[in-house]
Design a protein around this ligand. Structure first.
Ligand code: ZN
Length: 83
């Protein structure tokens, strides 16, 4: 319990990235939650600003198997994928 409270109070300390990553929906979930943001080609776009300029990055480093897709326009983290 103390650990949970610690992370809740200090969300930017120690290893917040893994927690943030697990909080993100998977791509399939994202597309189900935001069906109006999926274009004719079947590619989802940002549900905040409706931009289709998205960036796929690794969680901790470029080749990390845990991927995060971020909107390049409003910088929102949209979904996660695992390679
Ligand atoms: Zn956006």
């Amino acid at each position: 319990m103390a650990v949970i409270v610690y992370f809740w109070i200090f969300p930017s300390s120690n290893s917040p990235f893994t927690l943030l990553w697990e909080d993100l929906p998977k791509k399939e979930q994202y597309m189900q939650e935001h069906p109006t943001e999926v274009n004719a080609e079947g590619s989802p776009q940002c549900f905040h600003c409706h931009s289709d300029k998205l960036l796929d990055t690794g969680l901790n480093h470029f080749t990390d198997y845990r991927r995060i897709t971020t909107c390049t326009k409003c910088k929102s983290r949209l979904w996660r994928e695992q390679l």
